[in-house]
Design a protein around this ligand. Structure first.
Ligand code: MN
Length: 420
């Protein structure tokens, strides 16, 4: 059996707003958390002497991380080189530079010819020799329109039509790779993609209007012994029949509050032709905790808030306290005591949502007498949701596309300009 470690979506350098500066190191504590999770993944690979490490993409929040973050990533992966463990680094959407010819952050590992490392930035079959035999890995990086289609092929077509064309083309290209596989070797498809059957976390929104959804039928193939995915941050097996297992290991740390309730970890598998045993291994990622309490009907709102805090396991967690309150109740709160009650958290934020006594509206900006177009309403909503702040622009862009056919077509033209 060949031993493989599969993990994905490191996003090293994100979520700094949930951390603080560690006075001993000068680093943001959330960067240290992410490095710790990555260290545990690499430790497992080395301690168990795995034959291959598969990274499913999205190393950083974008393709140009600050040097110290790139260095933190490199110093972990370089331990695999010392241990003689080959690795394939797949290119995810966050790894691609947004400018046409900008390349991908991970390509540096190929340029430097790091021993045993391969970069998956195109659709290609890699045959890896390990001490326990050979294994084939087809890499399928994040697809954009320009990956498989030329401009003349897509001119004047709707986004839906382009997507259809792209899936068709992908099917043909994958088929080409599959036909030249050695049928006697264990085979893994390593892809950074959104599958139509996936239950989404935050990436659902991150990808709106920007990516393609791949039909699962392209992945359920008897030629594959295991399908190793990246992109969706929630761990899941899309094919419970396990013929083959189609696995998102999920992210290795919580990137934001949308991942509050998800387990974080990596997948350890043993594989031979026609057989695979895989196991999700949890990582001790930092806990996130939301405390949401409506005190607008309470006589003693302060006491209710303190009690709500005391009920939650906030020690060392990233905490957000949200309470709905009427403006005339505000003076009943002792903010000093509330801060004190939250002080055992790793970090915390407090957000009060004012409720008007007359209309009981959650967002005063959307009150009676205001007439807002849908886009304005969405904007107001998003501005009031801290956990959605990172994706405001993507959401608005997507809403715009849905709302206005004319602008939709213009957007399409712009997209095409950008991509080809
Ligand atoms: Mn992704």
């Amino acid at each position: 059996m060949i031993k493989v470690l599969h993990f994905s979506d490191i996003h090293l350098g994100s979520g700094f707003s949930h951390g603080k500066i560690n006075p001993k190191t000068g680093l943001n504590t959330r960067l240290e958390d992410f490095i710790q999770s990555l260290t545990l993944c690499i430790n497992r690979a080395i301690n168990d002497e795995v034959d291959l490490v598969l990274f499913g993409g999205d190393a950083f929040p974008d393709a140009t991380p600050p040097p110290y973050i790139h260095e933190a990533f490199a110093s972990q992966f370089c331990r695999l080189v010392e241990a003689n463990i080959p690795a394939i680094l797949l290119v995810g959407n966050h790894d691609q530079h947004s400018q046409g010819n900008g390349g991908a952050s991970l390509c540096i590992y190929r340029t430097l010819a790091v021993p045993g490392f391969k970069v998956g930035d195109n659709i290609k079959t890699h045959t890896i020799s390990t001490k326990n035999g050979e294994i084939q890995v087809i890499t399928l990086p994040w697809l954009t329109r320009s990956t498989l289609l030329t401009r003349p092929q897509t001119e004047g077509l709707s986004l839906e039509k382009i997507s259809e064309l792209l899936i068709e083309k992908l099917g043909a290209v994958l088929e080409g790779e599959i036909r030249q596989l050695n049928p006697n070797l264990p085979t893994i498809l390593l892809g950074h993609l959104m599958v139509n059957r996936a239950r989404f976390g935050a990436e659902q929104f991150l990808a709106v209007g920007k990516g393609f959804t791949i039909p699962i039928s392209l992945l359920i193939r008897s030629e594959f012994d295991y399908v190793a995915l990246g992109h969706v941050h929630k761990h899941q097996n899309l094919n419970p029949d396990n013929n083959p297992p189609i696995i998102y290991p999920g992210s290795i740390e919580r990137v934001d509050f949308s991942e509050e309730k998800e387990d974080k970890g990596y997948v350890f598998l043993e594989i031979e032709k026609g057989r695979v045993d895989w196991k999700f291994c949890p990582l001790p990622a930092r806990l996130f905790c939301t405390i949401n309490v409506d005190v607008s009907e309470q006589e003693d709102p302060h006491k209710v808030i303190i009690k709500a805090i005391e009920k939650k396991p906030i020690k060392d967690a990233v905490v957000r306290l949200i309470y709905q309150i009427r403006s005339e109740q505000l003076e009943l709160l002792n903010m000093g005591e509330i801060h004190q009650a939250l002080s055992s958290a790793h970090s915390y934020s407090i957000k009060s949502e004012l409720i008007s006594q007359l209309s009981r509206l959650r967002l005063p900006e959307l009150g009676v007498g205001k007439s807002l177009d849908p886009l304005e309403a969405l904007k107001t909503y998003l501005e009031n949701k801290e956990h959605l702040r990172d994706i405001v622009n993507d959401m608005l862009e997507a809403a715009q596309l849905l709302l206005n056919r004319e602008e939709y077509d213009q957007e399409l033209e712009v997209l095409q300009e950008e991509l080809f």
